[in-house]
Design a protein. Structure first.
Length: 276
């Protein structure tokens, strides 16, 4: 999975009182686009020294450490117009090496979190970043806001040598994944698994067991992976608002998937290898 990186190559722990040096890495986002430095036919994370003519209102927010260099979120209202750099859609993370790819993804989650909490949701006053932890504070009503992380489940439904995969309503033909969904208030993770499977594909499941979990910054979720058994003689009834199609696949007849990036791809790959 893309987040499985040695701590000396990537460390997301917050560090207080960091100042941005010329060699530190910079993440700058414009809506869903990230600023990158072309490097032959690939891309690198830009360093501060790579960005010419920083606007006077530029501020840097410490994010995490990449290969022992600090990485900062750059904020400015003036925009960055350095022609030696380029903007790419955030989905470029799929094609970057693992460490900068994960840095872009996690930086994008924090960029959205900072943007969405410039004002207090309780009293409406302007907020400020806390110095001593990754948090936002409202001095007016003393509310502290931490990054939003939403628990969600993802489940490999298995019957002997077959696995159930589903295609999301908005996904292109041929793209399948495991059934997944957000945990509702008051619900345990196992209850979410039972409910989501019933809602999305109409199946009853049993023998629910934990697999692993995976932070997924694009949706701000923590995906908790489970395996469950189901009788494949049951009728599949899809929720057409969320699912375009669902079907059982054998190990030698799986649709394309990426085993290196997400927990879904890893679990499908483990199934193919006979390990699930
Ligand atoms: Zn407030």
């Amino acid at each position: 999975m893309i987040n499985e990186i040695a701590p000396d190559l990537f460390n997301s722990q917050f560090e207080a009182n960091q100042t941005c040096n010329d060699s530190d890495y910079i993440l700058y986002f414009k809506e869903r686009q990230v600023l990158l430095k072309p490097n032959g036919d690939a891309f690198k994370l830009p360093q501060k020294k790579d960005i010419a003519g920083l606007p006077s209102d530029t501020t840097f927010i410490y994010l995490f450490r990449v290969k022992n260099k600090a990485c900062f979120l750059l904020k400015t209202t003036a925009g960055i117009n350095d022609t030696n750099l380029c903007f790419e859609d955030i989905n470029i993370f799929r094609y970057l090496p693992q460490v900068p790819g994960w840095a872009c993804l996690l930086g994008f989650q924090l960029y959205n979190w900072y943007n969405n909490h410039q004002f207090c949701g309780k009293c409406g006053h302007k907020t400020r970043l806390k110095d001593d932890e990754r948090a936002i504070h409202c001095d007016h009503c003393e509310t502290t806001i931490y990054p939003n992380i939403s628990p969600a489940i993802i489940v490999a439904i298995i019957c002997k040598d077959r696995i159930l995969l589903a295609r999301g309503a908005q996904w292109p033909e041929g793209r399948f994944s495991l059934v997944a969904g957000y945990t509702d208030v008051g619900e345990s993770l196992e209850e979410t698994v039972i409910r989501e499977v019933k809602e999305e594909v109409g199946l009853d499941i049993k023998n629910i067991r934990y697999y692993k979990n995976h932070p997924w910054p694009l949706s701000g979720s923590l995906m908790v992976g489970f395996i469950a058994d189901a009788d494949d003689q049951q009728t599949i009834i899809i929720d057409e608002k969320e699912i375009a199609e669902a079907a059982w696949f054998t190990r030698d007849n799986l649709p394309p998937y990426s085993p290196e990036i997400s927990i879904s791809g890893e679990m499908i790959d483990q199934f193919r290898k006979g390990k699930l």
